[in-house]
Design a protein around this ligand. Structure first.
Ligand SMILES: [Zn+2]
Length: 70
């Protein structure tokens, strides 16, 4: 946890993701910081993406009402 960090991605006002010499990925969102093993981080990234896709699909369904467009 006390190793050097390299910032991989950052979103001003939200948080940042950095990789640490301890081998873990530190995900900081507001006051919360998650420390994830690299593999767990990769899975989390996919999980976030799938959640976003599911959310977008829900919004599209809501807009289209009950009409199936495809
Ligand atoms: Zn660390």
């Amino acid at each position: 946890m006390n190793g050097k960090k390299r910032v991989l991605s950052e979103c001003p006002g939200l948080g940042c993701i950095s990789i640490c010499t301890c081998g873990s990925v530190h995900v900081k969102i507001g006051p919360v910081e998650l420390t994830l093993e690299a593999g767990a981080f990769a899975q989390s990234a996919l999980m976030f993406r799938h959640a976003l896709e599911a959310m977008e699909a829900d919004q599209q369904t809501a807009r289209a009402g009950s009409i199936l467009t495809h």
